[in-house]
Design a protein around this ligand. Structure first.
Ligand SMILES: Cc1cc2nc3c(=O)[nH]c(=O)nc-3n(C[C@H](O)[C@H](O)[C@H](O)COP(=O)(O)OP(=O)(O)OC[C@H]3O[C@@H](n4cnc5c(N)ncnc54)[C@H](O)[C@@H]3O)c2cc1C
Length: 375
């Protein structure tokens, strides 16, 4: 039962954004900056955002050598260049916008461990550098000398460095977005799960534990629920993809490397944080099982990652694990996000795969532009 005041002041908005991850917050911020008087509301189901944005590994990456080579099998060279360009520009934009200190952004480089069966990729390194030269003006990839000093297993036959990649603290990035949204007067209601959207009328039905059903109305609505969008929007080319991340106890030895590392064609990733090992990925060990929206740890993948830690990253050492969690990404036929109008009053920006740190802010800008010009 709602009061007169609640009905009068809390239910009607110029823009309602559903989902408070990187994309939802970025969309609301970009829109509000251009429409200062607009009443903007974000509805978020969790007590704080509970999608991929708060669960990820904080890699500020745009593609390893083998990933780019793999992409060239499925995409044209122009498409690959566009993808890399969008991600690299996205990283520069967030550094400029929020500052490296705020994000705890480190330009520590990206590294890929190359195994025997990937050595052929090294023959194409110069060609890929040439292809990327128009974007970066300098060589992106180089082969690390003396990589044995890093102490990885003998099965690692080379290490390729990407000098333009880095790492950040995802919690600090989300906090920066959240704080800025507040400063702009954007209202964020957490604990509000959206059940249904009428994409033409702008009616948004949400549930709240105390109040039950709430009927909001937006002159415009933006759906930014990424992997969880299939309940709200039909016919999206979108498959959820779960990812596992784990953090060790503080290590009792010095870690002889720094940066963000990829292994097993990018399916496994690791870095050091606060004297601990952060390790994640392994989705390729059970692709089907990981097409899930449920946050649950897959024991096969957990065992695989434990093995990588003790056999490849720190061979012969015993690693004790303190934290592990999962988060859900979204994938589809194409690697690019879906950004489109889906009704008279509604737009959507979803299908952020494994590079949302890099592109989330820019995707929010593109969705805000669509909201302003597409109606
Ligand atoms: C394990 C893991 C590791 C990753 N590592 C990296 C990395 O190192 N680097 C990188 O660039 N990217 C990484 N990513 C990907 C990146 O985190 C995502 O691409 C990005 O966070 C997507 O942002 P988003 O805002 O689109 O979605 P999300 O962050 O998932 O936001 C969607 C929001 O919508 C809310 N929501 C959903 N349904 C409803 C509803 N019905 N009503 C109200 N609210 C709802 C959710 O609670 C959530 O807060 C990783 C992802 C995972 C899962």
């Amino acid at each position: 039962m709602l009061s007169y005041w609640e009905k009068k002041h809390f239910l009607n908005y110029d823009l309602i954004v559903v989902g408070a991850g990187f994309v939802g917050l970025s969309t609301a911020i970009h829109y509000k900056r251009k429409n200062k008087k607009a009443k903007v509301l974000i509805l978020e189901r969790g007590a704080f955002p509970t999608g991929a944005s708060t669960k990820n590994a904080g890699f500020a990456c745009f593609g390893s050598l083998t990933e780019i080579l793999d992409d060239l099998w499925h995409m044209t060279q122009d498409e690959v260049l566009q993808l890399v360009d969008r991600r690299a520009k996205g990283l520069n934009q967030i550094k400029k916008e929020f500052g490296k200190w705020t994000l705890d952004f480190k330009d520590s480089g990206g590294f890929e461990l190359i195994q025997e069966d990937q050595l052929k990729a090294l023959d194409q390194l110069q060609g890929i550098n040439k292809m990327l030269r128009p974007l970066f003006k300098k060589p992106v990839f180089s082969i690390i000398k003396n990589y044995r000093k890093m102490g990885f297993a003998d099965s690692v036959k080379a290490i390729v460095k990407n000098q333009f990649e880095g790492e950040l603290d995802s919690g600090r990035y989300l906090n920066a977005l959240w704080t800025h949204a507040g400063e702009l007067g954007i209202k964020i209601l957490t604990g509000s799960t959206v059940e249904k959207i009428d994409t033409d009328s702008g009616e948004v039905r949400a549930t709240d534990q105390q109040l039950g059903y709430l009927e909001f109305v937006g002159k415009k609505v933006a759906v930014c629920t990424n992997a969880f969008s299939r309940k709200l929007v039909k016919d999206l080319d979108l498959i959820p993809g779960r990812g596992l991340v784990m953090v060790s106890e503080p290590l009792d030895f010095q870690i002889p490397w720094k940066g963000s590392f990829h292994f097993d064609k990018g399916y496994v990733y690791f870095r050091k944080i606060d004297g601990r090992l952060l390790l994640g990925g392994g989705r390729n060990q059970d692709f089907e099982g990981e097409k899930s929206e449920e946050n649950q740890i897959n024991p096969t993948i957990e065992r695989y990652l434990h093995r990588i830690a003790e056999e490849v990253i720190f061979p012969g050492k015993k690693i004790k694990w303190e934290d592990s969690w999962t988060g859900i990404m979204a994938f589809g036929q194409k690697k690019s996000p879906i950004i489109q109008k889906i009704g008279e009053r509604t737009v959507v920006a979803v299908r952020l795969g494994g590079m949302g740190v890099a592109i989330g802010w820019q995707v929010g800008k593109e969705l805000s532009d669509l909201l302003r010009k597409g109606f």
